[in-house]
Design a binder for this molecule. Sequence first.
Ligand code: FAD
Length: 392
Amino acid sequence: MRSKTIKDSYRYAVLGLGGLGSAACYWLSRTTGEDVLGIEQFELGHVRGESQDHSRIIRLTYHTPSYIRFAQQAYQAWAETESEGGEQVVLKTGELNFWPPNTTLDETAYLESLTACDVPFDALDADEIHRRFPEFRFDDNVRAIYQPDGGLVAANEANRMHQRLALEYGAALIDNMPVDRIDQINDGYMISAGGMIFHAEKLVIAGGPWTNKLLSHFDVEIPLLVTHEQVTYVANENLSDFMPDRFPVWIWMIRDNFYGFPVYGAPGTKIAKDRFHPIDPDHRSFKADAENEAQVMKFLRDHIPRAVGRKLYSKTCLLTHTPDDDFVLDRIPGHPNCVCIVGAAHAFKFASVIGKTVGELLVGGTASADISAFRFDRPGLKDPVTWQLPNG
Ligand SMILES: Cc1cc2nc3c(=O)[nH]c(=O)nc-3n(C[C@H](O)[C@H](O)[C@H](O)COP(=O)(O)OP(=O)(O)OC[C@H]3O[C@@H](n4cnc5c(N)ncnc54)[C@H](O)[C@@H]3O)c2cc1C
């Protein structure tokens, strides 16, 4: 329980307080104060979902102009929240996208979208990569895009900041309280959670890997795949060369990508490779996969050799995918007062603007951002699904 007073009736209830739900609570309570209830099944800041770690990448490099514009709005919303919260959670380190010749991703779409949105970037050949970023070693056929606004969001701190500000505005946040039933009643919804009953006029479903369990109360299901991922922190003897002011966040641009961070939150760099290992979120292990650890250590040895050292630890995490990799940010069909948000495996950087948009949809009715790609009725969510899982 994180609030002094709990009422039994609210105008807005946010179900799930990970990165996206916490942001929604903040933006809703900023407008409507104590009319907001947030409910979380585990303790706030728990490590069973998608949003907890020292860092998540934030970047403008995207494959469509609309994603780039949404990312620009995310930076603005983060800045507004930082200024209100008195904390910095976005750290610009610069961002490098490396393009190997065998990639199946469309480099041209990224370059054209950046250009269309007037985002500054440098296209680097192998010589320039080595000259400007000497820690990286690649063959001559690898190219890079460098974008100086890229960096990291301090995820744990950002979640805490959203929750703290929501509480300061008068929102009630309750943790360790699983929502087990939602019933539509005349003027809203009845939420049964942990033996208590709450009433809310408008709902936000922000359940991350558990989204379909919450949506089942609306007789709605969307094609989602939850996978078991991990990140690995690795110490080295050259830490000063890997600090955020000298070493950028980076992504190896293939479908099951490698990506990495400077030293932040732990005495080593962070590296990861997507696993795409399907899992039931209620029956998962927290054990790290040794093969994935070996793959990331090999990548470091081959391409960032001075970052190689003792493994500090690996941290496992769940990831929720949509078939077309686009978010869900829309009203639930047949329920104009309920908004569902799903992160599609790359949403932390957008938590600020997603939270803000939820507030706009539920309080004012209209979103200022273009969220047409995130609709429930788009073909990518309705057509038969073929999951593109590189590793099965
Ligand atoms: C390893 C990894 C790396 C990533 N890297 C990046 C990155 O670099 N950049 C980026 O932008 N994004 C990244 N992402 C994706 C991003 O972290 C997620 O998209 C985002 O955190 C999703 O947040 P969420 O709030 O939807 O989910 P969650 O954080 O999982 O929150 C959902 C919450 O709902 C709660 N809940 C569910 N059901 C109930 C219920 N019945 N009652 C009460 N509470 C309930 C859960 O307990 C949980 O706390 C990464 C994710 C992972 C795992």
